[in-house]
Design a protein around this ligand. Structure first.
Ligand SMILES: Cc1ncc(COP(=O)(O)O)c(C=O)c1O
Length: 483
């Protein structure tokens, strides 16, 4: 270990005052772990970050997060940033929420993990009841897993096996939306294909029937919203009825295709798709991994449309953004198809070591309690309206902002080189990336999807914090695109 670490006094470390002096056995490690240069060296030497061009990463100064405080993240140098994308769309009430911290501590005092295969546990049981209470009607069984992609894999396998068990063995295919994103495992990539993300793995993926969503900015240009909607519904009606006997299920992200770049849908689309599926006996799966738990202003996006799916995928916000936990909810009709004598082998043979982890379940229970106690959904409505007003009044007038799309606290601001011709910037210009670095210089943490700037604040963000998120984003876009 370099001499430097030996000589620094623990008492001067930024995050451990005298009262919180760490045990001596940990001091040496902590000294080392608060030195930015050493951490940077270790990161660049040993790590491989997800969705990251590591060559670029290794040429930049990494921002190393040391702790969270409310709606802010604090880096190793003590600099504070507003968390404008809820730590990849999952944080709900800010960081270090007392009730969630306590729920976690209490559960650790009981048991950190015990398997859900052949055993059950208290927080897993209690959470299932609460999830069913708030879920769209008709969903009454909860199957746990670990993250959004696994929630989707479970849904696909469940739907597939359901038809096999029902004796309709030719129903083996899936349908989904163009540029959908459902996660990075093989099944999730197949139904959610994105050319940018998944092209190298294309030969591994199974073929899927694709529908064009009513996305006006790219697909139905020069059409108004109503005509685009009708056109997309007509296409869905034709394709799904034609293929009805071979389709097990259709899967979609309701209201907002997040990772595509926040492609919003008019309300009628989800409703129409649910009816077309019902009519053709195709299972209707909603992936609410991103839209669930209040993101769109209601607990689940499908509530806006008054729709209940056959299968619902949940993850991200389920634990308030604390721990990896996911749930796939299904109807009793689907569940009962899997029942039978052991020897009939109808069981759903799917599971993970950490399925239904008790710590995650305990925190998820505390999170649902906060939703109720603090009337989180009601209290965010004025802020949603404010967000909408600012986006329309201030952002659309910027010379390189071509479109803004919003559902609740999910926002995409699309930047283009030429607004009238909707001409994109060349990807190598890294405009979106430059905008978020500019915002970071102004103490706001956001993340782009290509040249779409994403805003996804925690649901409890204060009015003045929301104002500074919008001000900084506006200034950063202006500085990069007009500066
Ligand atoms: C709609 C949707 N489904 C699935 C996923 C995958 O979730 P995870 O990253 O937890 O696997 C995501 C992630 O962003 C998502 O937005």
């Amino acid at each position: 270990m370099p001499l430097f670490f030996e000589s620094v006094r623990v008492g001067r470390l930024p995050f451990f005052g005298a009262a919180a002096r760490p045990p001596s056995s940990h001091r040496r490690l902590l000294v080392r772990m608060t030195d930015n240069n050493e951490l940077k060296r270790l990161d660049h030497t040993y790590l491989w970050h997800p969705f990251t061009q590591m060559q670029e990463w290794m040429g930049e100064e990494p921002c190393i997060i040391a702790k969270g405080e409310g709606h802010y993240l604090v880096d190793i140098k003590g600099r504070k940033y507003l968390d404008g994308v809820s730590s990849l769309w999952c944080n709900v009430f800010g960081h270090r929420r007392q009730e969630l911290d306590e729920a976690l501590r209490e559960q650790i005092g009981r048991v950190a993990h015990s398997t859900f295969l052949g055993l059950s546990h208290v927080p897993g049981i209690e959470l299932a009841e609460k999830l069913i209470e708030i879920a769209p009607s008709g969903l009454n069984r909860v199957f746990y897993s670990d993250n959004g992609a696994t929630a989707v894999e479970v849904a696909l396998k469940m739907a597939f096996q359901y038809w096999q068990l029902k004796g309709e063995k030719e129903r083996t295919r899936f349908a989904s939306l163009v540029e959908a994103y459902h996660g990075d495992t093989i099944g999730a990539m197949s139904v959610g294909y994105s050319e940018t993300f998944h092209r190298f793995h294309r030969p591994l993926l199974f073929p899927v029937l694709r529908l064009n969503p009513p996305h006006i900015f790219r697909y139905f240009q020069n059409m108004n919203e109503q005509d685009a909607l009708q056109s997309a519904i007509q296409e869905a009606e034709e394709k799904l009825s034609r293929e009805r006997d071979s389709l097990a299920a259709f899967i979609m992200e309701p209201l907002m295709q997040g990772a595509a770049g926040m492609w919003s849908q008019p309300l009628g689309y989800v409703k129409a798709l649910s009816e077309i599926c019902r009519k053709n006996r195709i299972l209707f799966i909603l992936d609410e991994v991103a839209t669930g738990f209040g993101r769109t202003g209601k607990m689940f996006a499908c509530e806006h449309a008054g729709v209940s799916p056959d299968i619902l995928c949940l993850a991200k916000g389920i634990t308030g953004g604390y721990l990896p936990l996911a749930a796939t909810l299904a109807t009793e009709e689907i569940f009962s198809a899997f029942l039978g004598e052991y020897g009939e082998c109808k069981s759903f043979f799917h599971g993970h070591t950490y399925t239904g982890n008790p710590l995650g379940c305990a925190v998820a229970l505390a999170s649902l309690e906060i939703f109720k106690k603090e009337k989180i959904l009601e209290r965010m409505q004025d802020k949603i309206a404010h967000l909408k007003r600012r986006l329309e009044e201030d952002f659309l007038s910027l010379s390189h902002v071509a479109d803004v799309r919003q559902w609740g606290f999910m926002v995409g601001i699309e930047l283009v080189e030429d607004k009238s011709g909707r001409k994109n910037y060349a990807p190598e210009k890294r405009i979106g990336h430059k905008v978020i670095l500019e915002a970071r210089r102004r103490d706001v943490m956001i993340r782009p999807l290509g040249d779409v700037i994403i805003l996804m604040p925690p649901l409890t963000i204060a009015e003045d914090e929301l104002k500074s998120l919008l001000d900084v984003t506006w200034e950063s876009i202006k500085a990069v695109t007009e500066g």
